[in-house]
Design a protein around this ligand. Structure first.
Ligand SMILES: O=C(O)COP(=O)(O)O
Ligand SMILES: [Mg+2]
Length: 251
């Protein structure tokens, strides 16, 4: 599934939509915070609630473990945080898809874009092994031309190279690309890469996504198609416009 070497990726230069994972495609918060809470239980510490910690999810496992320790008013050094983050990853891997579901209308939107001949890719700061295990568990293994994680390259969001290398790995054309994401890392990376970006309002960000400066905002994946038509570079817009441009994407 994962073609992360831009040297060997097919240079098709295809129109491509790149998706963030946590908080954009999949509602992963319950399983992530569940794993944090299993770490807390092992340490004899109290659990955290999904709310208000849901907003921390976009900052990764280490930040979530740190937030849980802070909530328990436990002082922690880097060594303890490293150890507990590793344990978190092990426990998350064991229950990676217990309560994780796609956000509404995601699968219909992906199907419709794929049917229009648009290359789909995932650029996540999640470890790529976790992303692949999660996709296998929910039957998404063949959905994407490339799935690139926070450890796939030497760069990760908000560095623009993470998105650009993901596009290369998928055989996409960065001049015919749009990013879709939920947090500052996604929007900052896309802007730095010169790629238009759609922000979703249902993800994991302490700052409302509208305030992060995306080119378009959607509340539901049913609205992705018209948002893409508005902001996509010409080669991608042409591919979208060549198919039915009036129906909502989830229809
Ligand atoms: O795991 C993280 O750090 C966040 O993951 P995301 O980039 O898919 O939102
Ligand atoms: Mg995210």
């Amino acid at each position: 599934m994962n073609r992360i070497d831009p040297e060997t990726a097919p240079a098709t230069g295809a129109p491509v939509v790149v998706f963030d994972l946590d908080g954009t495609l999949l509602d992963t918060a319950h399983d992530l915070i569940g794993a944090v809470n299993r770490v807390m239980a092992e340490e004899g510490l109290p659990p955290i609630e999904v709310d208000p910690h849901r907003v921390t999810v976009g900052r990764g496992g280490r930040a979530m473990v740190a937030a849980a320790l802070a909530a328990a008013e436990v002082p922690h050094d880097e060594e303890r945080l490293d150890r507990l983050t590793l344990r978190f990853v092990e426990l998350y891997m064991d229950n990676v898809a217990d309560r994780t579901v796609p956000f509404p209308n995601v699968e219909a939107a992906l199907d419709r874009l794929a049917a229009a001949g648009i290359v789909l890719a995932v650029c996540t700061n999640k470890r790529v092994g976790l992303a692949e295990a999660l996709f296998a568990a929910i039957g998404w293994t063949d959905r994407f031309a490339a799935v690139c994680g926070g450890d796939s390259f030497d760069v990760r969001k908000p560095e623009p190279g993470h998105i650009l290398l993901t596009i290369a790995a998928a055989g996409g054309d960065p001049a015919a690309a749009v990013m879709v994401g939920d947090s500052a890392a996604d929007i900052d990376a896309a802007r730095a890469a010169g790629i238009p970006v759609v922000g979703v309002t249902f993800g994991y960000t302490p700052t409302p996504v509208r305030d992060l400066g995306p080119d378009a905002v959607i509340d539901d994946f049913a609205d992705l198609w018209p948002a893409l038509l508005e902001i996509a570079p010409p080669a991608l817009a042409a591919r979208l416009g060549a198919t039915d441009e009036t129906a909502p994407i989830g229809a």
